[in-house]
Design a protein around this ligand. Structure first.
Ligand SMILES: NC(=O)c1ccc[n+]([C@@H]2O[C@H](COP(=O)([O-])OP(=O)(O)OC[C@H]3O[C@@H](n4cnc5c(N)ncnc54)[C@H](O)[C@@H]3O)[C@@H](O)[C@H]2O)c1
Length: 306
């Protein structure tokens, strides 16, 4: 299959690119390298350095590649940044996504054209009354980032109808693993791991009870492989259904690295969800997916690469 992967120089989509190529697919990556790295892009993939906000450039790439599927991961993926300065997040995540959809609608090829998308389970439900959240949980984002993904979901459904392609929207948990940028705002495992390896003291925002559903990147990649064949016009949660607190992460990495000190505790940051986990029963039914990597193994694999 010929697939365009956007954001393929970044953390998650670079692994997806590797997996698609390994399965024998032809992959072209689009990325503006704003948070991604050229070194993450598999040399067997074609690479286009382009901004998804650039309508003419994106249309030209799609007209040349004529992909049968798009796996869309390019985005500004930072909650706190989106609260501080919402316009770039909304421009890239909503209008950029619209550009990708328009280009795919006009230039995609083949009878089974499919658009696969990385939405968020961690930031779309807000603070749900019932945890773990399933797909029927009311959406109530606390940040422009979460809002941008919710808007994207509607835009995707509209253009899929309009152009007659199918879609699969994943609502991700907190994904962690090798290649996650320890200098970024998100990705507590990479951030804590990076700091502790340098002997620097990590900051916990809150009292350490803030919790997320952590899923290893290879499990997320497997769902994206299954998505090429299964799941038609669905919104599907991915996650373990379990909560891991910041304190638990700190302790796991401290014990893996032999870090001797305590964390610094700072006030909670506005817009960040307090506790969430994601129920993935639908992923099991439709895709036959469930996460396989334990948190302990995932942290070890991540630390080896930091
Ligand atoms: N990491 C997580 O836990 C998580 C959770 C939920 C959803 N997601 C979503 O998954 C996707 C990938 O996240 P990630 O953690 O790998 O982040 P990342 O920052 O590593 O990857 C995003 C990539 O998109 C590229 N990009 C950003 N703006 C662009 C633009 N205007 N044009 C072209 N390329 C652009 C960046 O250079 C980067 O390579 C994002 O859409 C994110 O919202 C991630």
């Amino acid at each position: 299959m010929k697939i365009i992967v956007t954001g393929g120089a970044g953390f998650i989509a670079s692994h997806i690119t590797d997996a698609y190529l390994k399965k024998g697919h032809k992959v072209a990556v689009i990325d503006d390298l704003s948070t991604g790295f050229r070194r993450n892009v598999n040399p067997k993939a074609k690479f286009y350095k382009a901004d998804i906000r650039d309508q003419a450039a994106i249309a030209k790439i799609f007209a040349k590649e004529k992909p049968e599927a798009v796996n869309h991961h390019a985005a500004i993926a930072e909650v706190v940044k989106s609260l501080r300065d919402p316009i770039p997040t909304l421009q890239v995540n909503v209008l950029g996504t619209t550009n990708v959809l328009l280009a795919f609608g006009m230039h995609g090829s083949g009878p089974r054209r499919k658009f696969i998308f990385s939405s968020t389970g961690g930031a779309i439900y807000g603070e749900p009354k019932k945890i773990p959240a399933d797909e029927s949980t009311e959406t109530s984002p606390l940040s422009p980032y979460g809002l941008s993904k919710l808007l994207d979901e509607e835009v995707i459904r509209f253009y899929a109808r309009h152009y007659g392609f199918t879609y699969l929207i994943f609502r991700y948990p907190n994904v962690y693993g090798p290649r996650q940028n320890p200098k970024g705002e998100a990705g507590v495992v990479a951030i804590f791991g990076g700091l502790m390896k340098e002997g620097k003291q990590p900051i916990i925002f809150g009292d350490g009870t803030k919790a997320r559903d952590y899923t290893f990147v290879h499990d997320i990649v497997r769902a994206n492989e299954l998505a090429l064949k299964k799941g038609k016009n669905e919104i599907i949660n991915l996650g373990s259904g379990k909560m891991t607190t910041d304190r638990m992460i700190f302790d796991a990495i401290a014990s893996a690295t032999g870090y001797p000190d305590e964390p610094i505790f700072a006030p909670y940051r506005k817009g960040e969800v307090y506790q969430i986990s994601i129920k993935a029963d639908k992923a099991r039914k439709i895709l036959g997916w469930k996460p396989k990597t334990t948190f302990k193994d995932g942290v070890r694999a991540t630390m080896e690469t930091l």
